[in-house]
Every structure is written in C-alpha cells, then in structure tokens.
Design a protein around this ligand. Structure first.
Ligand code: ADP
Ligand code: MG
Length: 183
C-alpha cells in the first residue's frame, strides 16, 4: 500500500528546544520543529494527533542551554540557546529512520500555533539540537487523547511506534526512503 494523498508530505526543518518535558516525564524524547515549518507543510491544518513517517538528521548539532526552568516559567517555554559543535552527529547523520510525530495546539500561544514534535525510533547517544531534520510524513495514526495515567500514555505511544513500524515495512512506504527529497 502506498501513502494515501495528501501524503507523502515532506518537511525540511531544524530541531529547536521545547519545554524539556518529553524526556524527563516519559523517557520518550521528541525533537521539536518550528510551528511555521509545520504550517507550511500542506498537512490539513487543525488535524492534531499522531502521524508516522521517516526522518533524517544531518548537519552540525549542539546542546541546548536553558536560561530558565519550565517550573520557573509556568506555561511559557523556557528561554533557550543552542550551542553548536562543528560536527555532524555520528553515526546517524544522513540515515533515514522511522519516526512518529505528535501535533497539538499549544495553549500558551492562544491555540494559534501548533506544536510539532518528532520521536525518532532509534537510540541516539547524544542530543542533536540545531541539526537539520528532514521529514516525510506518510500517514495519520490517531487523534490526540487524554490518558488517565502516564503509564497508559506510554503504552499508547509504544502502540503508535509498533503501528508505524508495521506500515513502514510495507513496500509502498519503504520506497520513500530512496526519494530524491532524502538525497
Ligand atoms: P525538548 O522539550 O527540548 O524537545 P525533549 O525532552 O523532548 O526536550 O528531548 C528532545 C531532544 O532529545 C531532541 O531535540 C534531540 O536533540 C534529543 N533526542 C535524543 N534521542 C531522540 C530521539 N530518539 N528522537 C527525538 N529526539 C531525540
Ligand atoms: Mg520535545
């Protein structure tokens, strides 16, 4: 089965700092991208929820310096700065990997800006803030949901990851790995 229109949707972006909550609360880090790149992508506006597809990291990366903690800032994202190395992240630079992407509306911006964050299904040894990230969004898994517990949320994310891997094993989706966009 190939991706169903409007997919594949290609997004050429870079990794920015988020609230810093993904890793600490769930053990599932998400690479955040600017809202403007998501809005320009052609994905139906307003469709929040979980998507799946492929991701490629490349270029110089760095660490994130937070000038305030999420606790201090309340609902406001903490002020951050990316301190880049001159290096590319190894061995993942240029490798096309599976991903799941969560899209929601950020209450801090009065729901005028979506937040788009990508969990790459791969264990990285380091963080890669500031790196280039290319995404091929290939389909939609489910709408946003409220969960009774963190355990229930993690279980559902694991389920999303399993579904993403199943889809991505199919020929029509696998082919996208060699798309010109990822060259
Ligand atoms: P933030 O709120 O700043 O996005 P997270 O806790 O969500 O913080 O962590 C995200 C960062 O973790 C990413 O920007 C990236 O540098 C790093 N990271 C490490 N492994 C992964 C992964 N498998 N998928 C996505 N990001 C990862
Ligand atoms: Mg994140």
């Amino acid at each position: 089965m190939p991706p169903v229109p409007p997919y594949p949707v290609f997004i050429d972006s870079h990794v920015i700092g988020g609230f810093g909550r993904g890793s600490s609360d769930l053990g599932i880090p998400t690479a955040n991208i600017p809202a403007s790149d998501f809005l320009a992508s052609g994905i139906p506006k307003g469709q929040t929820g979980i998507y799946f597809g492929l991701a490629k990291i490349s270029g110089a990366y760095g660490t994130l310096v937070r000038h305030s903690s999420p606790e201090e800032n309340g609902p406001k994202p903490p002020a951050t700065e990316i301190v880049r190395t001159e290096k590319s992240i190894v061995p993942e630079d240029g490798v096309v990997l599976p991903m799941v992407m969560s899209v929601g509306w950020n209450p801090f911006y009065g729901n005028s800006e979506p937040s788009a964050e990508v969990h790459i299904v791969h264990k990285f040894a380091e963080q890669f803030y500031g790196a280039d990230i290319k995404l091929a969004v290939l389909g939609y898994i489910r709408p946003e949901q409220n969960f009774a517990s963190v355990e229930a949320l993690i279980e559902e994310i694991m389920n999303d990851i399993r579904k993403a891997k199943e889809f991505l094993a199919e020929d029509g989706f696998k082919q996208i790995e060699s798309n010109e966009f990822f060259k």
